[in-house]
Design a protein around this ligand. Sequence first.
Ligand code: NAP
Length: 297
Amino acid sequence: MPASSPQHAGPESEATAPGPSPAGEVKPRVRVAVAGIAGRMGREVGRAIHADPDCVLVGAVDVAPHAQGRDAGQLAGVGELGVPVCASLAEMWESAHPEVLVDFTIAPAAFVNAQAALERGVSPVIGTTGLTADQVETLRRLASERATGAFIAPNFSIGAVLMMVFARQAARYLPEVEIIELHHEKKVDAPSGTALRTAQLILETRGLRMAQRPSQEDVRLEGARGGDLEGIRIHSVRLPGYVAHQEVIFGGHAQTLTIRHDSTDRTSFMPGMLLAVKRVRSLSGLVVGLENLLDLE
Ligand code: NAP
């Protein structure tokens, strides 16, 4: 017996709305599928989609052996929803008809999943990091050809987006900067998508001014000065105990400015993810970055 409330019943009830809007119109809920539902982020996304009255979880995919044959609601810890975890997208398309596919898997899978979604007119919302610039351009082209909204966010937390916006502002006055990002020990890609995006935003602001500062350094251990993106040093720390953290440190004459953001729990990513899920169908083509969905003026 499904444990879901009438408001959050499984896929068969997709036409049911959470209730009449003030104008008396019934607003259909967004039909969402999640790729990577058994992962750390996927389970949190499953919980957040289920708890949101404007969304309904209709499909779930994961390749993890322990997820096969399970119910997505059980994996997410919200009780049975009648949404089976499928081993492949092809299987999921047969049992569910999502409008939006939220992806928190690994980069190669996210790229393939997003292409498959766009081919079917389903809007991908990609939280998975590590996609290459070429892959992003391919998705941009496909989204435009299919006239389907698509969204990628290297970071869904509002505080991290503000950190990037403030870093971009500071770079106008303090162009010399290094980035330290700190994540849990199971994170696969380095540096983080957030660190790369922050560096790219800073580079757009300052251009290549002071980018290749001539160095007299005597580096005694390879990698000690971090990775180098057009002159911006990025340092990646991986340790148990961290979730997702970043410091952007600007140096100027006799002063430094540190902008730091900490995600101490994965729930910090959920409001941004839900915003993207609700907005992605109205986007024209691919949009990258949560800052583009927020009113930051
Ligand atoms: P995780 O715990 O390893 O979860 C990933 C899940 O996806 C695993 O269950 C994995 O199964 C599954 N998977 C792998 N390939 C798949 C495929 N082809 N189809 C379906 N499922 C597949 O990782 P996580 O910590 O949740 O992180 C996931 C991604 O989100 C990472 O790229 C991370 O950097 C990113 N992230 C983004 C944000 C943001 O705000 N944008 C925030 C946090 C994390 P197996 O374990 O069997 O491989």
